[in-house]
Design a protein around this ligand. Structure first.
Ligand SMILES: *Cc1c(COP(=O)(O)O)cnc(C)c1O
Length: 222
C-alpha cells in the first residue's frame, strides 16, 4: 500500500477528537511530501537537525512536532518554527525553551513527558516532579510567559503484553485527569499524547487525544 493509502486508512479509524502526528523520522522528504499531498499537515521528528532540514525544504503550512528527547543546547535551532515539543522532561529544559522563545517573541507549546514504562531507560517525569514544574510555571514571578503547557505525553513499555501497555496508558490518563482537577491549576491541559503504530487503538480507548504514528504510515524504518 502507498503512503497515502496507509494515511487514509488510519485517519478513517481515528475519532474526531484524536489528532494524528505523522512520525517521519529517517524518511526522505519525498515520502513526507506524499503524505502532505494526501492532506497531512502535522509531522513529528525526533532529531532537531533532521527536522530543521525538512522544515527548510517543505511547505510552510506544516506543523512540526519534536517528539524525541531534547538537549538544551540544541533548542535554539528549532524555536523559529517548532509548534509543539512533546518530550519536555525537566524544568531546566523548559526554562531554556522559554528563554529562547522570548528572544523570538514566540509562544511554544509543550507537553510534559511522564515516565509510565517499566524500563528505566525511558525518559520522563514522575508525579511529584510534574506538580513541581506546573507550580513553577504558574508562578507569575518566574515569567514563564513564552511557553504554554498544553498537556502530557507518555510512552509505554516496549512489549507485546497488551495488558501491561493498557495499564500504563490508564495510569497516564489518570494522572492527566488528576492534574486537570487540581484546584491550584490554572492551565488548560487538553492534549494527551500517547499511542504509536503498535498500540494507538489501545491508547485511544484509554483516552489519548494525540497519536504519533510512523511505521504504519511510512513503512518500516531501517
Ligand atoms: C518513532 C516514534 C514514534 C512512532 O513509532 P512507530 O512505531 O513507527 O509508529 C512515536 N513516538 C515516539 C516518541 C517515537 O520516537
Amino acid at each position: 500500500m502507498s503512503i497515502a493509502q496507509n494515511l487514509n486508512n488510519i485517519k478513517s479509524q481515528l475519532p474526531s477528537h484524536v489528532t494524528l502526528v505523522a512520525v517521519s523520522k529517517t524518511k526522505p522528504v519525498a515520502d513526507l511530501m506524499e503524505a502532505y499531498n494526501a492532506g497531512q499537515r502535522i509531522f513529528g521528528e525526533n532529531k532537531i537537525q533532521e527536522m530543521t532540514e525538512k522544515w527548510q525544504q517543505m511547505p510552510k503550512d506544516i506543523e512540526w512536532h519534536m517528539i524525541g528527547h531534547v538537549q538544551s543546547n540544541k533548542v535554539k535551532y528549532m524555536i523559529p518554527y517548532v509548534k509543539l515539543i512533546h518530550g519536555v522532561d525537566s524544568l531546566k529544559l523548559l526554562k531554556e525553551i522559554n528563554r529562547l522563545a522570548a528572544k523570538w517573541r514566540k509562544k511554544v507549546d509543550c507537553l510534559l513527558q511522564v515516565h509510565i514504562a517499566e524500563e528505566e531507560t525511558k525518559f520522563g517525569l514522575d508525579e511529584k516532579e510534574l506538580e513541581e514544574i506546573l507550580n513553577y510555571v504558574q508562578n507569575d514571578k518566574n515569567e514563564m510567559n513564552n511557553i504554554r503547557i498544553v498537556g502530557l505525553m507518555g510512552m509505554a513499555t516496549f512489549t507485546d503484553n497488551q495488558e501491561q501497555i493498557k495499564k500504563e496508558f490508564q495510569n497516564l490518563k489518570s494522572i492527566f485527569d488528576k492534574l486537570q482537577q487540581l484546584e491550584t491549576l490554572n492551565l488548560k491541559l487538553e492534549t494527551l499524547s500517547m499511542g504509536m503504530s503498535g498500540d494507538y487503538q489501545l491508547a485511544i480507548e484509554c483516552g489519548s487525544t494525540m497519536v504519533r504514528i510512523g511505521s504504519s504510515i511510512f513503512g518500516t524504518r531501517y
